[in-house]
Design a protein around this ligand. Sequence first.
Ligand code: FES
Ligand SMILES: [Fe+2]
Length: 354
Amino acid sequence: MAVTPARGSPCGWLREREMAVPAVADPAEDSAGREPVWNLGPGAHQCWYPVALSSSVPEGKVLGCEIGDGRIVLYRGDDGVIRAMSAFCKHMGADLSVGGEVVGNGIRCPFHHWTYGDDGRCKHIPAGDEIPRRANLFHFPSREQFGLIWVFFGKAPLYELQTFEDFDEEKHVARSYEVQLSDKLVSEPWMSTTNVFDIVHLRFLHKVNITNSEVEEIDPYRRRMSWEADMGDKAAGGLRLEIYVYGVNSLRTKGDQGGRLKWYIAASVPSVRLGTRFFLTIITTKEAGAVEFLDRQAAMHTQILDEDTPILNNMRLEDLLMVPSDRAMTRFMRSVLKYPRVTMRELERSVQAE
Ligand code: FES
Ligand SMILES: [Fe+2]
């Protein structure tokens, strides 16, 4: 399968000479009608993306979702397991989320009833024609955990989906939700992830004072960072965290806040049409005040993202003057440019000849 390497960045200091992509945002425009600011080209990075809450895909429902400029469908087979496929029927391109039906563990197009199995291959054409070899939907790796549905945007996962192996239903309570941002965020997920390595902005923009931090690169897809923070007015008590950054879009942490267990996974998914969307899973111990604790944590995360959004939406990433205190952030941004990307067309073409 052809894989598109990360294309050049509008950042002068990172630019690959011949492939620079100009920033397209006009700060005077309303963000709702704006193109992505730092779109690194068509498609998306090959990452695990949170795409929907489990509750939004009940049995029998076919849900359409977007990753970058690609459209996918999600449905639950008769066995209850989530499936994720490319969204457009191979016959004449009907959108399977518009009237498509779940049949067994497969899906049937509403238009002429071509039926695809759970591997994405067309299994039946009721008009009696021979099934063309190219009649295959792209079948994405998918997982469901803590009430969230995740899809790997690529043929095979480059790394395992982050989880909490020691989550115990008896002891812990988890809440997953989509963050309702106050404005559409037009930068790709990697830019928000860059924020995690940007200790200085945490202090001045978010009033979170990181008193100690270290970064370790585990492999090209994962990093570990340790933080000790004073949360200022945002939350009572200090914060100690080990942060694992997965792909370019996701964090997993285990730590405590104000003496209370706090684990969370925060991840985002790009959509050219809808902007970047964030999903969080927050876990704490089952004890008095757990619901209020989760409410406060959710509000704090929304506030932090809302503080970033207007700045990220209106930046011009050109001719940057990175300084030594930006080192961790600079390293991460460089790794983003090398990280593999792929387009929906490339994924769909990869199964046409199988
Ligand atoms: S468009 Fe799907 S079966 Fe014809
Ligand atoms: Fe931030």
